[in-house]
Design a protein around this ligand. Structure first.
Ligand code: PFF
Length: 462
């Protein structure tokens, strides 16, 4: 068997894992939820969850990976033979996500091209985005993004993933901070003479809004924050298990987990500082939508209202979004590749080549889900969607809470939390939040996961 790949050290690992965690979710979902769910109230709840639920999930995945040295399928098998099924289900999450993540990357690529080649005026038209995705030729952008991802994974853990992440993540951080500061300096005077400033927008974002708060609404906000947290930290889908398996034994996992949490949450928070004041100043908070609607419809309007500088901000914003999507997409493909290499005993380059062909086809099919293969399906959580939304629903809303529940039972009750604690204390470090970990893993996580699962399947309606 070939020597297993690894990250060169703590920094390489943290940047790669944070690269996976920081993705479009941070940019197009976190600010939307914050605006919708009471501003500062959402921020406080989210932060509390990051330090408890997020910490437990991230620690578990990374420690499982490093301890077993394997990707999901064999990692779970090596813990308990009968639990291999959980590895297989976990492996299926990235398998599904990969079918559509490059499609989203392709959309971002298209907008980079728009801003590089024109003033961005065309992006202001209401149907610009829908016209683009419903044209079959949009497929090309997704395919290019997919190829780029495959090329990086093809080059291996240290030479490909780590190298790219170590470049992208610092640049991305500087860009988010820069645009966030710019956003705070914005100012406009409305027709009726009212002045709106970026700082007022910041206040709207950060001030806890308790109007109309009831127990039901509080729970709803908590659940929103929880499902955002799962997606945002890339946990319970085997990705962090794979990345964990590449971490050398002398790395302090306690520190690494905290650093990943800080980067992911920091970028999500700053994305809010970047987006909410800008939207507030130029279109009022009615302009805050989620997902593609925010990124590809509302924001281009905001950029256009800024005048010439808006084009520069447009380019910067979409390049930043492209970076965020790329490091996430890499981690999804890497996790599939690593599982396949262990499963079929094949080497990296050959595995990546085969997977590239499969996923180029899948990317094309999902991208064509808005034109040639158009379907509209009602999902159990009450929304409707096309092929991309179906894949997203199955992998995120449906499978992730289910996997976390089973993993909490396996670690909390069968392997016991001390199994994880040993790995966290491998080099004589202290596993500082050990008690919290034990209680969360055994008692609280199972309950939370059942609630989340019932909510996403539409059984529980808050
Ligand atoms: N964590 C990424 C985000 O917040 O956008 C998204 C993501 C990456 C989800 C990788 C799933 C994944 F496998």
């Amino acid at each position: 068997m070939k020597q297993k790949n690894s990250f060169s050290g703590q920094i390489g690992f943290v940047f790669a894992a944070a690269g996976s965690a920081v993705g479009v979710g941070n940019l197009w979902r976190f600010p939307y939820l914050a605006a919708k769910d009471g501003g500062g109230l959402f921020l406080i709840i989210y932060l509390a969850l990051v330090l408890t639920v997020g910490f437990v999930l991230l620690t578990t995945d990374i420690a499982i990976g490093r301890k077993t040295g394997k990707s999901a399928i064999y990692a779970y098998e090596s813990m308990r033979k009968k639990w291999k099924f959980l590895g297989v289900i976990t492996f299926l999450v990235p398998v599904l996500i990969m079918t559509y993540y490059a499609v989203i990357g392709g959309w971002i690529l298209r907008y980079i091209v728009i801003y590089l080649t024109s003033s961005g005026k065309q992006a202001v038209a209401d149907d610009c985005f829908t016209a683009f995705i419903s044209s079959p030729s949009s497929v090309w952008y997704g395919l290019i993004f997919m190829l780029l991802t495959a090329l990086i994974v093809y080059n291996g853990v240290e030479e490909g993933i780590e190298r790219v992440s170590k470049f992208i993540m610092p640049v991305l951080l500087i860009m988010v901070i820069g645009i966030a500061i710019f956003s705070l300096t914005l100012k406009t005077t409305l027709d009726d003479g009212t002045v709106r400033t970026g700082l007022q927008g910041l206040k709207v974002y950060m001030k806890p809004d308790l109007t109309g708060i009831t127990v039901g609404r509080f729970l709803q906000i908590t659940l929103d924050a929880m499902s955002q947290l799962f997606f945002s930290l890339s946990v319970s889908m085997g990705i962090m298990i794979t990345y964990g398996s590449y971490v050398k034994k002398d790395v302090d996992l306690n520190k690494a987990v905290s650093q990943i949490e800080i980067m992911d949450t920091g970028v999500a928070f700053l994305a809010g500082v970047m987006i909410i004041p800008a939207v507030f100043v130029f279109s009022g908070l009615d302009g805050m939508s989620a997902g593609p609607g925010l990124m590809f419809v509302s924001l281009p309007k905001v950029f256009y209202s800024m005048g010439t500088v808006g084009r520069v901000i447009g380019i910067l914003f979409f390049v930043l979004a492209g970076f965020a999507a790329l490091t996430s997409c890499i981690s999804v493909l890497e996790s599939i590749t690593a599982n396949c290499m262990e499963l079929f005993h094949t080497e990296r380059k050959k595995t990546t080549r085969v997977l590239s062909v499969i996923y180029l086809i899948a990317t094309a099919v999902i991208a064509l889900g808005y034109s040639i293969f158009y379907v509209e399906v009602a999902l159990p959580n009450g929304s409707t969607g096309q092929l991309l939304d179906i894949m997203d629903y199955i992998s995120n809303s449906f499978m992730m809470p289910f996997i976390s529940l089973l993993s909490a039972i396996l670690i909390g009750w069968i392997m016991k939390p001390s199994w994880i604690a040993k790995e966290m204390e491998l080099n004589g470090e202290k596993f500082k939040r050990k008690k919290l970990y034990n209680v969360m893993m055994r008692y609280i996580m199972p309950v939370i996961m059942v609630i989340l699962f019932l909510q996403s399947t539409g059984v529980l309606n808050l």
